[in-house]
Design a protein around this ligand. Structure first.
Ligand code: SF4
Length: 189
């Protein structure tokens, strides 16, 4: 199995410890706003599928949040289809794969969107605050910001991974699900 697995009951802990910043941000916004626009639902939804969240758990997860904003009935009518679709249970029944860093970095989020790569899209101030929240402090923050200034977003993410885990990541980060599985390997060892 390529990716580790998560269940609904420990998803908040796992998000804090092992999600890359792009997914942490979407996850936190969803918990805060009880809503995500389409680009965010796709980016986070496919990532969660990639980390092994089962379809039934995914539906329960999204429904719990969206119901608080739009009501359970509207969730069932308008949003559950998209989640089932991501899992290949609707439409052409394609089994969609989670987005790579390259794809996420090249996306163009609009107003009110929270998808994309924070290393590319956040203001310097917001990025510093987000890094501090992940436990990255001191010199490591400056090192990450240097990579960002040179538009090396995946290297910035790699340095964040190393600072958070106190462990090197020689291969570099090229996929959010790789960040997750490398993190879980370290956490479980
Ligand atoms: Fe996500 Fe990749 Fe950006 Fe890291 S470099 S935040 S994993 S898109």
């Amino acid at each position: 199995k390529e990716f580790a697995q998560i269940s609904l009951k420990d998803i908040d802990d796992v998000a804090k410890s092992s999600f890359p910043l792009c997914m942490r941000h979407l996850f936190e916004k969803l918990r805060e706003d009880h809503h995500l626009k389409h680009g965010g639902r796709m980016q986070l939804g496919l990532f969660l599928k990639g980390v092994g969240l089962k379809l039934d758990d995914a539906l329960a997860f999204w429904k719990a949040e969206f119901s608080r904003k739009v009501g359970a009935e509207r969730f069932d009518k308008e949003y559950s289809y998209g989640i089932r679709h991501n899992y290949g249970r609707e439409g052409k029944r394609t089994d969609y794969t989670p987005y790579s860093c390259q794809k996420i970095i090249s996306s163009t989020p609009g107003v009110g969107d929270h998808h994309g790569c924070p290393y590319r899209n956040f203001s310097e101030e917001n990025l510093r605050a987000a890094l501090n929240k992940m436990g990255v402090t001191g010199r490591a923050v400056g090192d990450v910001m240097d990579k960002v200034r040179n538009r090396h977003y995946q290297l910035a993410c790699t340095l964040t991974f190393e600072a958070v885990h106190g462990s090197s990541c020689d291969a570099g980060i090229n996929h959010p699900n790789q960040y997750f599985s490398d993190s879980q390997k370290i956490m479980q060892s």
